[in-house]
Design a protein around this ligand. Structure first.
Ligand code: NAD
Ligand code: IPM
Ligand code: MN
Length: 343
C-alpha cells in the first residue's frame, strides 16, 4: 500500500476547534473513498499555553516540519493572551519556518452567487513584509520593520502569473510603490521581469488604495490579485465580504519550492472569533472549503470537487448559520454539508 499522507491537526482557539470538528469527518470520508491518510491532533493554542507555558516547542515544530505532509489549522487568538504571543509562536512560526510563501484566498463563484459574475482569487505573500516582527517601541517612537526578499516575492508572483495564465484571466498587483519605494519597488521590479516571461498574461500594477475603491465598485473586473503580506491580508478580508463574510472564506498556504516535507497548510481566513466562541454559532464553511483546497493540492480532485459541491448544494438549499441570516448551529451546518457528500 502507498504511504499515508500525514496530516497534523491544530484546532487552536475559540471557534477553531468548533469548525475543525466539522471538517474532520470529511477526512474520514476521503479515507473511506480510498485515500490513504493519517491524522494526528496537536494541542497548541491558548489553553495549552496557559496550562503548560508552551506555545510550539522546538521538538514539536521539527516533528511537524519533518514527519508530516500537511497541516489543517483552525484559528489562534485568545483574549487571555492579548499580546498574541502564542499566535506568533505557533501560526507565524509555521508560515515562516516552513516557508509557506503562497497564501491562496479564493472567492469561489458559487459562494458569491453565480449571477453576480464575481470570480476572483487573492495571492498573498505569507511570510514577510511587516510580519517579520522586527521593530521596537521607544519613548515617543515606534518602529515596525517590513522586509521583502526577492526569492519570496518571485515565488509569490510566479504562482500568481501561472494561475492567471492557466485561467486566461488578468492579474493585478496591489502595491504602494509610490510611497514604499524600497519594499514595493522590489515588488514592481520582479513584476516587470515576469511580465516579459509571461507575455500572454494581461498584468497591471495598481496603487492599493485606488484598487480597493475599484474593487468595491466593480469587483467583477478583477480576476487574480497579488499582494504582499500586509495588503493581501486586508484585501482578502474585503473579498470575504463579497462572498458572505468571514465565516465562509477559505485559504491554503504552500511552499512551491518544497524546502521541507511539510509544505502545505489549510486554514480558514477568519480568526478565533471570541465573540461567538462556544455558542455553536460559527460557520464551518470556511474551514470545510479550506479542507477541499487541501484535497485539491494533494491531487485528490474528485474529493475536492465533491466537498465544494456539497457546500454549494447545502447553501443553495437554504442551509445557513446565523452569520448568513440562518438559524443552523455549527454542527447542523456541518451535517447539512456532509449529508450531500456522495459515498
Ligand atoms: P475574527 O475573524 O476572529 O472575527 C471577525 C468577525 O467575524 C467577528 O464578528 C466574528 O464573530 C466573525 N466570524 C469569524 N469567524 C466566523 C465564523 N466561522 N462564523 C461566523 N462568524 C465568524 O477576527 P478578529 O475578531 O479580528 O480576531 C479575533 C482573534 O483571532 C484575534 O486574536 C486575532 O488575532 C485572531 N485571528 C486569527 C487568525 C488565524 O488564526 N488565522 C485570523 C484572524 C484573526
Ligand atoms: C490571517 C490573520 C493573521 C494574519 C493574524 C492572526 C496573524 O489575520 O490569517 O489573516 O494577519 O495573517
Ligand atoms: Mn487576516
Amino acid at each position: 500500500m502507498d504511504k499515508p499522507v500525514r496530516i497534523a491537526l491544530i484546532p487552536g482557539d475559540g471557534v477553531g476547534p468548533e469548525v475543525m470538528a466539522e471538517a474532520l469527518p470529511c477526512l474520514a470520508w476521503a479515507e473511506a473513498r480510498g485515500r490513504h491518510l493519517e491524522a494526528v491532533r496537536f494541542p497548541f493554542g491558548a489553553d495549552h499555553c496557559l496550562r503548560t507555558g508552551d506555545t510550539l516547542p522546538d521538538s514539536s515544530y521539527c516533528d511537524l516540519r519533518d514527519q508530516f505532509d500537511a497541516i489543517l489549522f483552525g484559528a489562534v487568538g485568545d483574549p487571555r493572551l492579548p499580546d498574541g504571543r502564542h499566535a506568533e509562536a505557533i501560526l507565524l512560526r509555521l508560515r515562516q519556518g516552513l516557508e509557506l510563501t503562497v497564501n491562496f484566498r479564493p472567492c469561489a463563484p458559487f459562494l458569491a452567487g453565480s449571477r453576480t459574475g464575481l470570480d476572483l482569487e487573492v495571492f498573498r505573500e505569507n511570510t514577510e513584509g511587516p510580519y517579520c516582527l522586527q521593530g521596537s517601541t521607544e519613548p515617543g517612537r515606534a518602529v515596525d520593520l517590513a522586509i521583502h526578499t526577492e526569492p519570496a516575492v518571485r515565488r509569490l508572483l510566479v504562482a500568481a502569473f501561472r494561475r492567471a495564465e492557466t485561467l486566461c484571466r488578468p492579474l493585478t498587483l496591489a502595491h504602494k510603490a509610490n510611497v514604499l519605494k524600497h519594499g514595493h519597488g522590489l515588488w514592481l521590479r520582479v513584476f516587470e521581469d515576469l511580465r516579459t516571461e509571461y507575455p500572454g498574461v494581461s498584468a497591471r500594477g495598481m496603487h492599493a488604495d485606488a484598487l480597493l475603491c475599484a474593487l468595491v465598485q466593480a469587483p467583477t473586473t478583477f480576476a487574480v490579485i497579488a499582494a504582499d503580506n500586509y495588503l493581501g491580508d486586508l484585501i482578502s478580508d474585503l473579498c470575504a465580504a463579497f462572498i458572505g463574510g468571514m465565516g465562509v472564506a477559505p485559504s491554503l498556504s504552500w511552499a512551491p519550492h518544497r524546502p521541507y516535507r511539510c509544505s502545505v497548510l489549510a486554514e480558514p481566513v477568519h480568526g478565533s472569533a471570541p465573540d461567538i466562541a462556544g455558542k455553536g454559532l460559527a460557520n464551518p464553511v470556511g474551514m470545510m472549503l479550506s479542507t477541499a483546497l487541501l484535497f485539491r493540492h494533494l491531487d485528490w480532485e474528485p474529493e475536492a470537487r465533491d466537498l465544494e459541491g456539497a457546500v454549494s448544494g447545502a447553501l443553495a438549499n437554504g442551509a445557513k448559520t446565523r452569520d448568513l441570516g440562518g438559524t443552523l448551529s455549527t454542527v447542523a451546518m456541518g451535517m447539512a454539508i456532509r449529508d450531500r457528500l456522495p459515498s
